[in-house]
Design a protein. Structure first.
Length: 197
């Protein structure tokens, strides 16, 4: 086989493999490759700074990325469930002292004000996004007559929310999640979805 034929064969093999990977990604709803083209700034950061971190740190970051992704999805799901139920019951303007405990409304106002004073982009337009898991649990408890139609037991909800609040700290503060805590996160995830059974 000539050199030109080898190059053509290599190119065709690459195209066939790309096509096969596209099919696998589509069939299993997964992403195996980074298909996003990096912007100039992102590419510069990736090439200039990322290699300066140790290999061990990059491996840790990759390990923690999946835990963060899982926790992010769970936290957003919980917030959406809470706001959805409260909005269905009390209307779009449900965020007030009669639905949310007064001290939580006050704390959220302070957090929003701190972000404004810092001159940063607000994290959200929704006050619920400024609450922590403990506060989310209190909102559920205050409105238990509504949430009892979804969750089987208030004590179980409190326990799961408490576990999630504890697990959130190492994830949010860039600490390694121990193997036991990773398992606890997976169990808490299962527990959350089991609450509605």
């Amino acid at each position: 086989m000539s050199f030109g034929e080898k190059v053509k064969s290599f190119g065709m093999t690459n195209m066939l493999m790309e096509n096969d990977l596209d099919g696998i990604e589509k069939r299993f709803s997964i992403q195996l490759r980074d298909t996003e083209v990096l912007s100039g700034t992102t590419k510069d950061i990736e090439e200039t700074y990322f290699p300066q971190f140790t290999e061990a740190l990059r491996v840790e970051a990759a390990y923690m990325a999946r835990n963060y992704e899982l926790f992010y999805c769970l936290e957003k799901t919980i917030r959406n469930q809470i706001s959805g139920l409260l909005e269905d019951s009390h209307g779009e303007e449900w965020w007030n002292d009669s639905v949310v405990p007064q001290h939580i409304v006050g704390e959220v106002k302070k957090r929003i004000q701190r972000e404004r004073e810092a001159g940063i982009t607000p994290r959200s337009l929704e006050p619920l996004d400024y609450t922590n898991f403990g506060e989310l649990g209190e909102i559920i408890k205050k409105n238990w007559s509504l949430f009892a139609s979804v969750f089987s037991n208030m004590k179980a909800v409190e326990r799961v929310m408490s576990n999630l609040n504890t697990l959130r700290n190492p994830i949010a503060h860039c600490s390694m999640l121990a193997e036991d805590e990773k398992l606890r996160l997976e169990l808490s995830l299962r527990d959350w979805f089991r609450l509605g059974e």
